[in-house]
Design a protein around this ligand. Sequence first.
Ligand code: UDP
Ligand code: MN
Length: 303
Amino acid sequence: MYKVIYLMGYRFSSSKCLTICLGLTFIMGCFLASLPIQFDLAALPKPVRHQISSEFPPKKRLALIVPFRDRFEELLEFVPHMHKFLNKQKIPFHIFIIQQADSNRFNRASLINVGFLLTRNDYDYIAMHDVDLLPMNDDLKYDYPDKAPIHISSPETHPKYHYDTFIGGILLIKNEHFELVNGMSNNYWGWGLEDDEFYVRLKDAGLNVNRPDNIKTGPEKTFKHLHNKMYRKRDMRKCYNQREVTRRRDRVTGLHDVSYVLTGQRQLTIDTLPLTVHNVQLICNVNVTPWCRCPEPQKPSKS
Ligand code: UDP
Ligand code: MN
């Protein structure tokens, strides 16, 4: 007995039917293999994009270093502003808030030294950046300062400081130059003069300071200075021999001997924009710089 199959009116034995089926499969396979291969690329899952620049050579990376204590309202305005401002310039950057978390007087220069040590392996240059100074003119370019440091907040455009050798506020410097001058002096506790001392360091190392030369907006409109001097009083006290020592160039302290303890690190966002906060306890050698804590002035007695 063998099975008989009727197909489209024809009579086939089952073995014949199997042969025909195999034959048809083979012909279909050959036909499909001969077709050109087409993928719908849009339908494929997208690869995960990491922040690797396709530019060659790759763009230099900027660590925006903000020495900081007790300026939260300013920070809330600073972070969104800087993201918008630097994204327009397509600068790869990250904001590092170096928050002084000890009971010594504020030391802007030592905080910048610490910020540099924390970022130098991953970034190519730093901006030492006041938290309360917002650049308003898009012609202020935060480009890699290859030849020499770039002073963004020049005396012609800074809202408050107009002397020739002023380099405070916002200064860009590449890692090699910051290391060359041994960073900033650690002797400046309280407000002022640390930037003037840094200017002398740069000069002694033969480094010029470049400034943007095409800015027409003047001291009124180039920056917004979020500084109410009644509310944010500058700590101008001078005690012990502070005045005498801080008038002179410091050839001893700097990047290599800044003394500190890291007490915490946080990744934050403000309006979804990322920043890193490092909490830093600066260690003061009171034998060398006793003015890191000025004694409170004696109140007159009531008798
Ligand atoms: N700063 C701070 N807390 C302070 C003092 C200063 O965060 O108690 C930081 C902040 O980034 C500020 C910068 O140091 O923008 C410069 O200080 P300040 O604004 O007092 O100096 P100015 O340039 O206005 O004389
Ligand atoms: Mn200020």
